[in-house]
Design a binder for this molecule. Structure first.
Ligand SMILES: Nc1nc2c(c(=O)[nH]1)N[C@H]1C(S)=C(S)[C@@H](COP(=O)(O)OP(=O)(O)OC[C@H]3O[C@@H](n4cnc5c(=O)[nH]c(N)nc54)[C@H](O)[C@@H]3O)O[C@H]1N2
Ligand SMILES: Nc1nc2c(c(=O)[nH]1)N[C@H]1C(S)=C(S)[C@@H](COP(=O)(O)OP(=O)(O)OC[C@H]3O[C@@H](n4cnc5c(=O)[nH]c(N)nc54)[C@H](O)[C@@H]3O)O[C@H]1N2
Ligand SMILES: [Mo]
Length: 772
């Protein structure tokens, strides 16, 4: 990727020719253009494989190939012809690689062989699978307690890999399952379970064809869920109102040209997406929704709105308390916390009031805050008021991140397992399993710091980069005795090793690759999308190296070797034939069918072209809460969200850490953020003109971002960011993650979620004359 730093406003629509050109560049850079193109054509087709990009649903009808720029980049990234084996480490020590950025590390290509860290030479060297697995098993078996071990999961793991992993870990004896969900949609699961009894979205893709209004909170679909733009655009074409709440003006939410539409491409026309675009201050959404509710109650008195009386009486509880709370919250509080005016919120409420069917969608702008659960529940309150459940075109849609993050939870990757799950596992396997909660992500880091966790296995992901407080996190990770990373490409989590760490990189097959066993020529895996559709994915490309193994195989091999050492010491045994399970994934799916509700006849139903929908009782107005009713939440607004607190502190700003258009979480594809007009660089800070003036700074100047000091007084600093004047509320600034994770305190997370407040970070700016 060439780097010509440039900032210039982007005038085109999202999608369109810009998207096609960008894909062309990425395919070329990844080397192996033909293969990339061929694989793109198969992405998310009925007979193809599931795109490793995002968790947006696939259409039931219509074109089987939906073009998606960022899905294409995700595939091109995986099918690259670049390779990295042990010879790479003959040229580079680990210490040297610690100076490389995230892009350079992953750009070395696909990992080709198992590697073990040699602390004498500070290099990774070749190791055989057998030796690696035996060494890992021996370390795990030698722990005093299974609770000293951490088992991380990133949301790309298939249902099959995830099921085996949680089974292994629970047989081993712990619920220490930190996962990427802890940093992502945890609040959606918790909030929706409390309100509705089910922690998943209630809409199907076809509901977007029937909605009269779609409210999009805290989400940037143009970059992170591009296929969603197609659904929003179709909705807006048929006259549905799209209302966006986002502090930044995101191009994708404003205009979109569909690469699928020849007419739009040729005429260079584009479709406006949002009919209304509100720019709240960060963390202000709960107040904004409360303001809408307040306006609705007022409109009701004038006959301009009708609550769904019959639904509320039959299916819900608690409206009185919420209503009186809403009525007693004054407009001044709502306006100052939300950053929106009463008029704007009355206008948004007006759209809600006249819409028969409403969908609310949301993502990280809602969940990565301290009060995220209350915000999610306030959005649900709004939907309950109008009875927007159990009918077409209505419902709640938390838009998930990783392509199978939702499925991994369904399979039991959960540090707080439900009792029924443990009962079902114990009954099936005849071994007692732990019931006490394990560590989530931030608790895992704290346990590492205290020296109470000693081993780490990562099933995918880049734990060290994705987590907050980078310097502290890295110091904590260096204390590990054992660090095992099951990965497809080199990343920083492989490099942060201590002198006594026995570290392994175990290279696995990507989703695009053929997974052949002695029994099955092309094994399928399965995934679940944001709409709870479960479908199969089959790889088609020869593996990047003959030494790669599938994730289920790696998990099963570690499980078999470890449990053979551990279970006998407890006088227990489990009659599980791990080898047979991975030789034919149908057998794993039979296990899933026996243990997890909703998966009866799993193999037969998966064989259908688009799989099947996991029933969500809320769609039938069955609310599996304690009372059997949907619960309005009567939570008070926070006393003051961060931007209000910082208004009192001269020079401090609220930072949100977000994704550029050229990245997939910690994977950096390139240095452009096309829709925000940024080229050739990532160290930029989006800032309002008034803040620049107030702070005596200018667009284009360079600053350091300085966070709250740590408890020991040491400083959190991210050096060298270029200021970019941007349309964002004053007091609020934005920059990309993971470069900014160093600024986020480990302790700054939702009390009930453990999710780092990545969208509410207190920072101040210091002029920096070095240009990095
Ligand atoms: N290409 C690509 N696709 C991806 C990913 C990727 O990195 N790259 N990541 C995947 C994953 S794991 C996830 S979780 C999703 C993430 O998808 P998003 O949630 O869209 O990701 P972010 O970049 O974190 O964007 C947050 C958006 O919320 C806005 N925002 C920030 N704070 C607030 C707030 O307080 N209120 C409101 N209303 N808005 C706010 C920001 O301006 C931004 O538009 O995408 C998934 N898909
Ligand atoms: N500051 C800040 N921090 C955040 C966020 C934020 O918005 N701001 N977002 C949070 C969110 S929403 C999430 S989901 C997390 C993401 O956290 P993670 O899921 O841990 O991170 P990724 O960057 O998705 O992981 C990338 C790595 O996954 C490996 N990989 C890719 N494909 C495969 C595969 O098929 N199999 C295996 N085994 N490995 C594979 C590659 O080696 C690659 O280096 O980050 C969180 N951290
Ligand atoms: Mo995520």
């Amino acid at each position: 990727m060439t780097r010509h730093p440039r900032i210039a406003p982007y005038e085109g629509p999202a999608g369109g020719w810009g998207a096609l050109r960008s894909v062309g560049r990425h395919v070329k850079h990844s080397r192996g253009p033909w293969k990339s193109v061929r694989s793109l054509l198969r992405t998310n087709q009925a007979a193809g494989f599931d795109c490793p990009g995002c968790a947006w649903g696939d259409p039931e009808h219509g074109s089987s190939f939906e073009f998606c720029e960022n899905g294409a980049k995700a595939v091109a990234w995986e099918v690259t012809d670049k390779r990295l084996g042990a010879d790479f480490f003959t040229r580079h020590t680990v210490a040297e690689l610690l100076d490389w950025d995230d892009f350079m590390l992953e750009d070395q290509g696909r990992l080709t062989e198992p590697l073990r860290y040699d602390s004498e030479t500070d290099r990774y060297v070749t190791v055989s699978w057998q030796e690696a697995i035996d060494a890992i098993a021996a370390r795990l078996a030698a722990l005093e307690s299974p609770h000293q071990a951490l088992f991380y999961t990133s949301g790309r793991a298939s249902n099959e890999a995830a099921y085996l992993y949680q089974l292994f870990v629970r047989l081993f004896g712990t619920n220490n399952f930190p996962d990427c969900s802890n940093m992502c949609h945890e609040a959606s699961g918790i909030g929706m379970t409390a309100s509705l009894g089910v922690g998943k979205g209630t809409v199907l893709l076809e509901d977007f064809e029937h909605a009269d209004a779609i409210f999009v909170f805290g989400q940037n679909p143009g970059t992170n869920h591009p296929r969603m733009l197609g659904d929003l655009r179709r909705a807006s074409r048929r006259g549905a109102r799209i209302v966006s709440f986002n502090p930044l003006r995101e191009r994708g939410l404003e205009r979109f040209a569909d690469p699928q539409s020849p007419l739009e491409m040729i005429t260079l026309s584009s479709q406006a997406i949002s009919s209304r675009y509100y720019q709240p201050r960060m963390g202000g959404d709960m107040a904004a929704v409360r303001g809408m509710a307040k306006a609705l109650f007022a409109m009701e008195e004038q006959g301009g709105f009708h609550r769904s009386q019959a639904f509320i009486a039959a299916c819900t509880q608690g409206i009185e308390e919420w209503e009186s709370l809403v009525r007693s919250t004054d407009w001044a509080t709502i306006e100052s916390q939300s950053g929106l005016s009463r008029t704007q919120l009355e206008e948004a409420a007006g759209i809600y009031a006249v819409s028969r069917s409403v969908i609310c969608t949301w993502a990280m702008g809602i969940t990565q805050h301290l009060h995220a659960v209350d915000s999610v529940r306030e959005i649900i309150n709004l939907l309950l008021l109008g009875g927007h459940f159990g009918r077409p075109g209505a419902g709640a849609c938390p838009v998930r991140g990783h392509s199978n993050v939702q499925g991994d939870r369904t399979m039991g990757i959960d540090e707080k397992p439900s009792g029924w799950m443990i009962d079902a596992l114990e009954q099936r396997y005849g071994v007692s399993m732990p019931r006490q909660p394990g560590y989530n992500t931030v608790e895992s880091l704290a346990a590492l710091e205290r020296g109470e966790a000693l081993t780490f296995i990562g099933l995918g992901g880049n734990f060290t980069r994705a987590t907050p407080d980078s310097e502290r996190t890295e110091a904590a990770m260096r204390r590990l005795d054992l660090n095992v990373q099951i990965s497809t490409k080199l990343n920083r989590s492989h490099l942060v090793v201590g002198a006594r760490t026995d570290a392994f990189i175990l290279p696995c097959l990507g989703r695009s690759e053929i997974d052949a066993s002695d029994e099955v020529e092309r094994q399928a895996i399965s995934v679940e999308d944001s709409m709870s559709m479960v479908h199969a994915s089959v790889g088609f490309k020869q593996p990047a190296s003959p030494l790669l193994r599938s994730e289920p195989w790696i998990v099963a091999s570690i499980a078999e070797a470890t449990l053979a050492l551990v279970l006998p010491t407890r006088g227990e045994s489990a009659a599980i034939d791990w080898k047979a399970l991975v030789a034919d994934h149908d057998r794993i799916r039979d296990e899933i069918a026996a243990v997890i509700p909703g998966f009866d006849d799993f193999n037969a139903r998966l064989a259908k072209p688009r799989g099947f929908h996991l029933a969500n009782p809320v769609r039938e107005l069955d609310f599996p809460t304690e009372s059997g009713k949907a619960c309005f939440s009567a939570a008070r607004l926070p006393e003051a969200v961060l931007h209000q607190q910082l208004a009192q502190r001269e020079g401090w700003l609220t930072l949100q850490t977000m994704r550029s258009h050229d990245q997939y979480n910690t994977t950096v594809y390139g240095y452009n953020d096309r829709y925000r007009g940024v080229s050739g660089q990532r160290r930029v800070l989006f800032i309002n003109e008034r803040d620049l003036e107030r702070l005596g700074l200018a667009d284009g100047e360079w600053v350091d971002l300085v966070g709250e000091p740590r408890f020991d007084g040491s400083e959190r600093r991210a050096p060298g960011f270029r200021l970019v004047r941007y349309d964002i509320p004053s007091g609020c600034v934005g920059a990309y993650y993971p470069e900014t994770n160093v600024l986020i305190a480990l302790e700054s997370h939702g009390a009930d979620t453990g999710t780092p407040a990545s969208k509410a970070v207190a920072i101040r700016l210091e002029r920096n004359h070095r240009i990095i």
